[in-house]
Design a protein around this ligand. Structure first.
Ligand SMILES: C[S@@+](CC[C@H](N)C(=O)[O-])C[C@H]1O[C@@H](n2cnc3c(N)ncnc32)[C@H](O)[C@@H]1O
Length: 209
């Protein structure tokens, strides 16, 4: 992690009001893909980590039984709750929690995360993916800044001073080590992608059907 958790939280507290309006086409394409891949069933619980202003949480809520959003920035969480309220969505709960300590111990069918895991170091990403596997979700949909080729700090999507994106290879290894199988890899941009990871037993069961 190139900045402390407190630094990231303060940075996003400051941005919360204008966050939604300041996003790129690639961010929007990535967020849309995460929502599409998540495709919750009507009785599913979705845990959205690094939920921010709720782009993914609000996107999946109409189809899910319940959505739990976790973040470290109170400002972003307040914005997410305000939007849910405005849309009349009552099946979302937002609260403080991190990737490695989500502050939630209920059942989880699907974990989602968009444009947030890259704030962690590679070792911390591995720990986070192991914690997520511990919830035994059917699948984990990760949209994020990630390197499909050589990192290029001169193009958008990451700032080397605050962001620490991983290669797709490292993420694939971390998922596999935690008992997931990658069932889809979508490249949105050379430095933005969506990975769909399913619990190995789930993927195996599906293959046997
Ligand atoms: C770029 S925003 C993305 C928000 C949202 N997922 C979206 O798609 O718009 C990144 C979010 O990750 C949160 N974040 C950063 N580090 C985190 C951590 N260790 N645990 C949980 N959330 C974190 C930030 O507070 C911020 O709200």
């Amino acid at each position: 992690m190139k900045k402390s958790r407190e630094d990231h939280a303060a940075r996003f507290d400051d941005k919360a009001g204008e966050y939604d309006e300041s996003q790129s086409d690639e961010y929007r394409a990535c967020a849309n893909a995460v929502v599409e891949y998540a495709a919750p069933e009507a009785d599913d619980v979705v845990l959205d980590l690094g939920t921010g202003t709720g782009a993914i949480a609000l996107g999946v809520a109409p189809d899910a039984a319940r959505v739990v959003g976790r973040d470290i920035s109170e400002g972003m969480l307040e914005e997410a709750a305000r939007k849910a309220n405005k849309r009349g969505l009552e099946n979302l709960t937002f609260g403080s929690g991190t990737f490695r300590e989500p502050n939630y111990d209920g059942p989880v069918d699907t974990v989602t995360s968009n444009f947030a895991l890259h704030h962690l170091s590679d070792a911390e990403k591995r720990e986070a993916i192991a914690v997520i596997a511990g919830f035994e979700p059917r699948k984990f949909i990760l949209g994020d800044v990630m390197f499909f080729g050589e990192p290029n700090p001169d193009v958008p999507f990451y700032s080397p001073d605050v962001d620490d994106p991983a290669t797709v290879g490292l993420l694939a290894d971390a998922f596999t080590d935690a008992g997931f199988s990658l069932t889809a890899v979508e490249r949105v941009h050379d430095q933005v992608g969506v990975l769909v990871a399913e619990r190995s037993h789930t993927a195996a069961q599906r293959g046997a059907e």
